[in-house]
Ligand binder design. Structure first.
Ligand code: HEM
Length: 539
């Protein structure tokens, strides 16, 4: 009823303003009428909101504005704004984002309540029109509702696609890409040239993921690699944009910002690339079969997915659209998250020379100066592991975990209706002074036990709710092992092989953040990698 009344008021306002502007009349009465409509609708929204709050006990909330609710409070950087609001409204808040009801959990206890105690109610993710379109009508994995398809894909992810066996088989791919990356750094460093660290790390992680997914197809060819990178960047850019029609029911069927055309263009580019890559894989597989090649070649992720697609006995029929949408998921979830984590870690180390030196001493003591650090060395580098944990605590590259309630439930005595969006503020949780001593200080020692080993108690895999950079529970990140391997190994090699010289400024790095889905640096990290050890990375 309230919504209908509001709709009536706004259609009137809209019609009036159209007539008004079209007739080009300067009529002060118009302003008065618009003002009255705005005032009445504000009062109505507040009355509805307060009545609803009284009816069902809802978490505390600031007063919403008509139409936009609390959207205006999320600027400029949502996780920071939500953190600030939580200091006033508490660990569980209720917000209206346009017409969408949301709850925000900002402490470890609140996160545990939603992600563990009420996991069954919060195992879905909300849909957005951009993601729906790009994933062939939500045929992907990351946004699939919790159900048979998601369970099937999760099992394959953990047992095959991102499981230990596949990661071991694809180790040479990661090793080769690290070598390429280090060679480039040596070349630039010897010439005294500065690099954009974030840009080079993004190329590295994109190449690793491309090659793991579809073998040499992308990274052997520089223009194809660049094409994939551009696609990933464009997709991240568009899906990270605020789309009015997702939040304000009034504009649901309008494309006010002209997203439709851009989405179409990106999906066409992605689809053309995927069709070509799938065709090449199928051709290769057919040839191998015809030749009766008894050898067991190393399978990339696309091979594994095509095997399932062709398997008549598979529990679930995997369509080509499912495969393409899954690959898009992996590109989106697995590339810039790892690159950004490494970039934040290096920025912290440059700002904390004592920590950098201690990490270097550890690496030199364990590996020596005659070879470059490898993935298998990481287990023997507890201080390096602590640096990565400390980075993920202060700079979690997925700062907000986003879920949606599948049915109504009661959390801490609050009524949470079905279809409520949940934001778990991982960024705020990592800085909670009730759980972290001097939370804003970068101090990896907090993860080291007295005898020098990593404190086993504090893991990043979702068991300890004051450190959940990879989420928690069944919808937690399936790429955690891969991400940790890639980040730790490349960071270790960057510490071992180079001194990092910052051009200009007073030698310290600015740590400001920039808005976006993932936690990016506001200013690029530009440094000269001055070679420290003259080791030639093998190809
Ligand atoms: C430092 C790197 C990374 C960070 C910080 C990160 C963080 C996250 C977070 C916070 C979530 C949401 C978890 C939840 O809802 O509880 C997530 C989901 C996901 N991540 Fe990662 N991630 C990283 C790397 C990767 C990599 C390398 C891959 C794959 C190659 C990956 C694949 C995924 C997928 C597919 C999901 C969706 C899972 C689902 O909905 O069931 N991530 N990640």
């Amino acid at each position: 009823m309230g919504e209908e009344f509001l709709y009536f008021l706004y259609t009137r306002a809209l019609r009036y303003s159209k007539t008004y502007f079209h007739s080009n009349m300067v009529d002060y009465q118009g302003y008065i009428l618009l003002f009255i409509i705005w005032l009445v609708s504000t009062i109505v929204v507040r009355a509805i909101f307060t009545r609803k709050q009284n009816k069902a006990k809802q978490p505390p909330s600031p007063l919403p504005l008509p139409i936009i609710g609390h959207l205006h409070l999320l600027a400029p950087i949502p996780h920071q704004a939500l953190h600030k609001l939580s200091t006033r409204y508490g660990p569980i808040m209720h917000l209206l984002l346009g017409s969408l009801p949301c709850v925000v959990a900002s402490t470890p206890a609140a996160a545990k309540e939603f992600l563990k105690t009420h996991e069954n109610h919060f195992s879905n993710r909300p849909q957005s029109s951009a993601v729906d379109y790009l994933t062939y009508g939500s045929q992907d994995f990351s946004f699939a509702p919790f159900g048979p398809y998601w369970k099937f894909m999760k099992k394959i992810c953990m047992s095959e696609l991102l499981g230990g066996h596949t990661l071991t088989q694809l180790l040479p791919v990661r090793r080769q890409e690290t070598s390429r990356f280090l060679r480039l750094l040596f070349k630039k460093g010897k010439a005294g040239k500065a690099i954009d660290v974030g840009g080079e790390l993004l190329t590295l992680s994109n190449n690793v993921v491309s090659r793991m997914i579809m073998s040499q197809t992308c990274s052997e060819n520089d223009s194809e690699a660049a094409e994939v990178r551009k696609l990933v960047q464009d997709t991240a850019h568009l899906t990270g944009k605020f789309n009015v029609s997702d939040f304000i029911w009034f504009f649901k069927n309008w494309d006010l910002q002209g997203f439709g055309k851009r989405l179409e263009e990106i999906r066409d580019r992605f689809d053309t690339m995927m069709e070509r890559v799938i065709k090449e894989h199928e051709e290769e597989r057919r040839k191998r079969k015809e030749l009766g090649d008894g050898q067991n070649p190393i399978k990339d992720l696309l091979d594994i997915l095509l095997d399932i697609h062709n398997d008549k006995n598979s529990d679930i029929k995997l369509t080509k659209e499912n495969i393409k949408a899954f690959i898009l998921d992996i590109f989106m979830a697995g590339t810039d998250t790892s690159a950004l984590t490494t970039e934040w870690a290096l920025a912290e180390l440059i700002n904390h020379p004592r920590v950098m030196e201690k990490a270097r001493q550890e690496i030199d003591a364990v590996i020596g100066k005659r070879r470059i650090v490898e993935e298998s060395d990481i287990a023997n580098l507890p201080y390096l592991q602590a640096i990565v944990k400390e980075t993920l605590r202060i700079h979690p590259t997925g700062p907000l975990i986003v879920r949606e309630s599948s049915e109504s439930c009661t959390v801490w005595g609050y009524e949470i209706p079905a279809k409520t969006q949940l934001f778990v503020n991982v960024w705020a949780i990592g800085r909670d002074p009730n759980h972290w001593e001097n939370p804003l200080e970068f101090r990896p020692e907090r993860f080291i036990s007295e005898e020098g080993s990593v404190k086993g108690r504090l893991d990043v895999r979702g068991q300890h709710f004051h450190l959940i950079p990879f989420g928690s529970g069944r919808r937690g990140c399936p790429g955690t092992s891969l991400a940790l391997q890639v980040v730790q190994t490349n960071l270790a090699a960057m510490i071992q092989c180079f001194e990092w010289k910052v051009n200009g400024g007073n030698g310290t790095i600015d740590m400001q953040e920039k808005p976006g889905l993932t936690l990016s640096r506001a200013h690029p990290l530009i440094c000269v990698p001055v070679p420290r050890l003259y080791l030639v990375p093998p190809i």
